[in-house]
Design a protein around this ligand. Structure first.
Ligand SMILES: Nc1ncnc2c1ncn2[C@@H]1O[C@H](COP(=O)(O)OP(=O)(O)OP(=O)(O)O)[C@@H](O)[C@H]1O
Ligand SMILES: [Mg+2]
Length: 527
């Protein structure tokens, strides 16, 4: 580690003797603070002694320091020698394995990245970043371990605070490999006389500025639950740059408006959720046949809300505990997605079977449906992972889903009727959205999007055929896509008509029964 000290005329001249150990905090202002030469010498001797004795420990933690600080009088004396205070911000708050990311740490880190750039620090870390405008030439600077930078306290002429970054290696597992993540910390050091100022004005101010910077710089990310080899986080991410918006999502305009209004109300519902005491989250279930725009809708939602996406591949989650950990690691303003929920886990009537069995046994016991035994369900031969329905229920409405605010949970499925009712009841999945086969309104928006055509002689035929034949939006979009430079709106619409007529003929011959699916309602009935 390399340490850079701020230029300060009052720094005690022990740097060389102390090696890598930081010198005592420099005096932040010259005014009003004059040690007598005797006190200065005593403090130097004292510090030299403690520093040499135990270079790794700050003054207060040494044997000598503890003695000095154990009595009020002595403590005051110690303050004379060491009038500086420190505050440490951990990257993870709460301690233990279930610690969550600290917003204070993130905000201060963002603020310091600007201070770093303007500082005279010699060794900084630079990370590439993409700005919101898509520019890829941005750099975000941060302090390397042990690096120290100074910052001014506004309103107090020349008063300075010092920030230092440090990290602890994760504890080793039995196999010798790292078993966890690095513990990162940021520590601020300041003169005791500025304690009130630092806590009441400086820290709130820089957190606010950090928050604004985070929003300004935010490149949205698409996370997936593959452990990152770089950070040890259970999530890896790439930049999220899906171009789909609600403007380019083909569906019935009235239904689209409903969904957009719903999202708008959620996004601006902070006070409402606080007032009624509900966690600020909302669950959406998107269901419908393949190619009807479920994944596309998720991208449009994330773009509309300006949220990150956490895409959970449930089949690789080995236990309910792992799922909880994943959820705790998500940040606010995010859409948490579990696609094809029916394929990820055997959720189909597991609880029903259990309930029936209990009813059949007639021996009481734990009889409520909410008490599914995790172990018995995890040993079910049809599950591909050890995730269980009860674990998933916990995630969607238990403690774990409200460990942060402003989250949307989206499940998608091709077979809504297969899902356990408990999983998709209102409150868990608040809104059920059917993504059905392409209707006339959806077709019209595709025609407008692809060919800028509002009306055409073939529209009536197409409308008729779409009522008769079930064709996915993906298929209709494909027919409308020009395949060569000779293609124009006429040829594309004719190709679509032809495809629809063929599908109608096939249906009439009884060949397309497989495609039959119920459509119609927006919301499915609840138990
Ligand atoms: N409503 C729509 N508006 C615009 N494009 C659509 C729409 N539905 C589907 N598409 C197009 O069809 C393709 C497939 O759609 P998407 O992946 O969203 O389907 P899906 O419902 O998620 O299918 P699956 O169930 O197989 O995951 C996308 O590339 C998209 O461009
Ligand atoms: Mg999909």
């Amino acid at each position: 580690t390399r340490i850079v000290f701020p230029d300060d005329p009052h720094r005690l001249p022990i740097t060389a003797a102390a090696g890598d150990q930081a010198p005592p905090p420099p005096s932040s202002t010259a005014s009003g603070w004059h040690l007598t030469s005797a006190a200065l010498m005593a403090s130097q001797l004292l510090y030299l002694y403690t520093t040499l004795l135990s270079p790794a420990l700050p003054l207060r933690h040494t044997f000598f320091g503890r003695h000095l600080t154990s009595r009020p009088l002595m403590r005051r004396l110690a303050r004379l020698f060491d009038p500086y205070r420190t505050l440490t911000f951990d990257e993870y708050e709460g301690g233990g394995r279930m610690a969550g990311r600290s917003s204070a740490y993130e905000e201060i880190k963002a603020y310091l990245s600007v201070t770093c750039a303007a500082s005279d620090a010699q060794h900084l870390r630079a990370e590439g970043a993409t700005g919101r405008d898509g520019a890829t030439d941005k750099l975000v600077l941060s302090m390397l371990d042990g690096e120290e930078i100074s910052d001014e306290l506004a309103g107090v002429g020349g008063a300075t605070v010092w920030w230092r970054a440090r990290s602890e290696a994760p504890p080793r597992s039995d196999g010798g490999g790292a078993s966890g993540q690095e513990k990162r910390q940021l520590t601020i050091r300041y003169h005791g006389r500025y304690h009130g100022l630092v806590n009441d004005a400086y820290l709130p101010r820089i957190r606010q500025q950090g928050r604004e910077l985070i929003v300004k710089r935010r490149q949205r990310k698409l996370f997936t639950n593959i452990r990152s080899v770089y950070t040890g986080s259970p999530w890896s991410h790439v930049a999220f740059e899906h171009p789909k918006t609600f403007a380019t999502l083909a569906m019935d305009p009235a239904r689209k408006k409903e969904i957009v209004d719903d999202l708008y109300t959620f996004k601006n519902g902070k006070e409402y959720y606080a007032r009624v005491g509900k966690p600020w989250k909302r669950g959406y279930l998107l269901y419908g046949p393949p190619g009807t725009g479920k994944s596309t809708m998720i991208a449009a939602m994330a773009n509309y809300l300006d949220y990150d996406i956490y895409d959970i591949e449930l089949t690789t989650v080995r236990s309910n505990t792992e799922l909880r950990k994943l959820l705790i690691e998500t940040t606010r303003k995010s859409v948490i997605v579990i696609e094809d929920i029916d394929c990820s886990i055997d959720l189909t009537g597991e609880r029903m079977k259990k309930k029936k069995k209990q009813a059949g046994d007639g021996n009481g016991g734990a009889s409520t449906s909410a008490t599914v035994d995790e172990d018995s369900s995890s040993s079910s031969s049809s599950t591909t992972s050890w995730m269980t329905l009860s674990g998933l229920l916990n995630v969607t409405d238990g403690l774990w889903s409200c460990c942060g605010e402003e989250r949307i949970i989206v499940f998608t499925t091709n077979f809504v009727e297969k899902l356990d009712r408990a999983l998709i009841r209102k409150g868990r999945m608040d809104r059920h959205i059917e993504m059905g086969y392409c209707g006339f309104e959806a077709f019209r928006s595709l025609a407008k999007m692809y060919h800028d055509v509002d009306a055409h002689r073939l529209f009536d035929d197409i409308g008729e055929l779409l009522r008769e034949v079930e064709m996915t939006t993906a298929d209709v979009a494909e027919h409308l896509t020009p395949k060569s430079s000779e293609d124009n709106p006429d040829t594309c619409l004719e190709a679509l008509v032809k495809a629809l007529q063929e599908a109608a003929k096939e249906k009439a011959n009884g060949g397309s029964e497989m495609n039959m699916q119920d459509g119609g309602q927006d919301d499915i009935d609840e138990q």
